[in-house]
Write a protein that binds this ligand. Structure first.
Ligand code: SAH
Length: 250
């Protein structure tokens, strides 16, 4: 009589924790999905985001995986968040706004400048064939590459480098998005934009405006839409330590 009971106890001890663990993981998944749905409803639909494919992509991409663990619980709030190395992941609304403004179709290859966390690239990857993304901070490029791979994205190509140069080997691009603010529209990127294509980017120094550049047979046109605030698009990356050293030398 004794033996079966202990076997039962053992089975219980072995199986139950695994079951609870699994259930807990499932519940956590649900919580993230609920938070994501709330974000799409209150921050995007309730404002002016209408493109169904964009809304679906935003409801699908696990934004919490793209922010550092200590910020995770705030991942679906209506705000940009720090991702380390003095950079930020854009507010969900701005990601949706820029994605909608691009007017994407499935067969597009998109160039993104400013990979950051990789989140915007993931949203794009849900909507187009391939995403080519350039990040000037090597550590961020490495981290984003890893995050995107772990999240299952195979159509995002991350390069560490200077976005002012674009990605000439893959040009021209039908769509270009820049998620750091240059003082004016970079000419190399206009050159790498396909005829019939468009580019969405914030432009300006202290005061920035979202800008949509279109290229047709008749030439290049620019239209400004909303005021925004992005980190500057820089010419070269100087990390904190190197900058401190440079300042100390002076
Ligand atoms: N799209 C990102 C957020 C971008 S934050 C996301 O979804 O998380 C802006 C990023 O642009 C920063 O990571 C910054 O390092 C990068 N950046 C700034 N200047 C750049 C340049 N010249 N070329 C490439 N990346 C640049």
């Amino acid at each position: 009589m004794k033996a079966p009971r202990s076997v039962a106890a053992l089975v219980f001890a072995l199986v139950l924790p695994a079951a609870i663990d699994g259930r807990r993981a499932g519940a956590a998944q649900d919580e993230w999905a609920t938070a994501r749905r709330g974000m799409v409803d209150s921050q995007l639909r309730a404002r002016d985001i209408r493109d169904r494919a964009v809304l679906a992509a935003m409801e699908k991409v696990p934004r919490h995986l793209f922010v550092p663990p200590e910020t995770r619980r705030r991942a679906y709030e209506d705000t940009p968040l720090p991702i380390g190395l003095e950079q930020t992941i854009s507010q969900p609304y701005i990601v949706a706004y820029m994605t909608e403004a691009l007017q994407l179709s499935r067969d597009h290859a998109v160039l993104e400048i400013g990979t950051g966390s990789g989140y915007q690239a993931a949203v794009l990857a849900e909507l187009v064939r391939d995403v080519y993304t350039i990040e000037i901070v090597p550590d961020l490029a490495d981290r984003a590459r890893r995050t995107l791979h772990e999240a299952g994205y195979r159509n995002v190509h991350v390069r560490a480098g200077n976005g002012y140069l674009g990605w000439p080997e893959r040009a021209p691009f039908p769509r270009i998005i820049v998620t750091a603010a240059p003082p004016k529209v970079p000419q190399a990127l206009v050159d790498q934009l396909a005829v019939g294509g468009n580019m969405v980017l914030p432009v300006g120094k202290d005061f920035q405006e979202m800008t949509i550049v279109t290229k047709t047979n008749r030439g290049v046109a620019q239209r400004k839409t909303i005021p925004v605030r992005f980190v500057p698009m820089v010419d070269r990356y100087i990390d904190k330590k190197a900058r401190q050293k440079e300042e100390d030398r002076r």
